[in-house]
Design a protein around this ligand. Structure first.
Ligand code: SAM
Ligand code: SF4
Length: 328
């Protein structure tokens, strides 16, 4: 088992498959002139699968593919199939911005994918453009519809909330959940943006969103018997129609129940989103090291995990890698 020095058991692996993206959300990437990883630096599907097999032998049973935008990685469905075929993997998910989802939802489903998170912060096309600095709103909406038709249920929608920017989107997104059956998840803005423009004042806190939804639509009540390791706290509207989750990473950090670690697209293990250290696995994978050595590197990285992020303290240091380069 992968246990750190605080007793947290790690069963959840997030794999970034690329740092490239087809939009430019301001809270994640720079607007222009992004220097992407050289394609040769990216782990191949075979290398990712080997790493995943070793991780599964250590107790991992949930894998999520992310990026960058995972759907810009050619033939992602092939990797989904390879990972689904690993005995012991109970759950594979993908987090996507949805732009290419209409084209790929069916092949991802056919490859065995059943869990899908689509990021959409706004239901106004103008606000979408302001946040992402690109067009594509209609494609995301269409992608969500195609995914639902294909069978993904529920499609979860991730919305980053930013004070002074997305307040007007909260009620429309709450109604969207009630009308379409998607599950909304509001995420507090974290200091992982490439422009280093994050400030605490820009975080729209989960409790404020709960209040806005409760006053503007109807009261929300917590869903009973929630998974203690899930980062989102789930709520339901009083009439049972529409489920809303909150990832309050800044106001209520869930570090003490964290069960996840990450593999970056260029083959580095990170034991926390906010790590300042990484373990280079690519050189091991390419240098002929046996699985036992890779397993040892994973165990050592996880056991060295810090107690938690320190966003709310003066000690906090923003990692050099922004979100798109780590894999969110
Ligand atoms: N491109 C895909 C997408 O946007 O869904 C996957 C990668 S993205 C980095 C994963 C998630 O991280 C998205 O839901 C995105 O909204 C979220 N995210 C990115 N930067 C963030 C930040 N600074 N604070 C909070 N969430 C962030
Ligand atoms: Fe791209 Fe996702 Fe980052 Fe937005 S949040 S820029 S979609 S990687």
């Amino acid at each position: 088992m992968l246990v750190d020095s605080f007793g947290r058991v790690h069963t959840n692996l997030r794999i970034s498959v690329t740092d490239r993206c087809n939009i430019r959300c301001f809270y994640c990437m720079p607007a222009d002139n992004v220097v992407f990883m050289n394609r040769r630096e990216l782990l191949t599907f075979e290398e990712i699968e080997r790493f995943a097999r070793v991780a599964v032998s250590l107790g991992v049973n949930k894998i999520r593919l992310t990026g960058g935008e995972p759907l810009v990685r050619r033939e992602l469905h092939r990797l989904v199939r390879m990972l689904c075929d690993i005995p012991g993997v109970l759950d594979i998910g993908v987090t996507t911005n949805g732009i290419l989802l209409g084209e790929q939802a069916q092949e991802l489903w056919d490859a065995g994918l059943r869990r899908l998170n689509v990021s959409l912060d706004a239901l106004s096309p103008e606000k979408f453009r302001e946040i992402t600095r690109r067009d594509g709103f209609e494609k995301v909406i269409e992608g969500i519809q195609v995914a639902q038709r294909v069978g993904f249920d529920p499609v979860k929608i991730n919305a980053v909330s930013v004070r002074g920017l997305t307040e007007d989107e909260i009620i429309p997104l709450g109604r969207f959940a009630r009308e379409t059956g998607v599950e909304m998840r509001f995420i507090e803005f974290m200091p992982l943006d490439a422009d280093n423009a994050w400030e605490r004042e820009k975080v729209l806190f989960a409790h404020e969103i709960i209040e806005t939804l409760s006053n503007g639509i109807m009261p929300l009540a917590p869903v009973p018997d929630q998974n203690p390791h899930a980062p989102a706290t789930e709520f339901e509207f009083a009439d049972g129609v529409g489920r809303i989750g909150f990832i309050a990473s800044v106001s209520q950090p869930f570090c003490m129940s964290c069960d996840r670690f990450r593999l970056t697209a260029d083959g580095k293990i990170r034991n926390c989103l906010f790590s300042l250290e990484e373990t280079d696995i690519k050189s091991m994978l390419r240098g002929g090291e046996p699985d036992e050595a890779i397993a040892r590197a994973i165990v050592e990285s996880v056991s060295a995990k810090k107690e938690g992020h320190e966003i709310n303290t003066a000690r906090f240091i923003q990692p050099d890698r922004p979100m798109y380069s780590i894999g969110g």
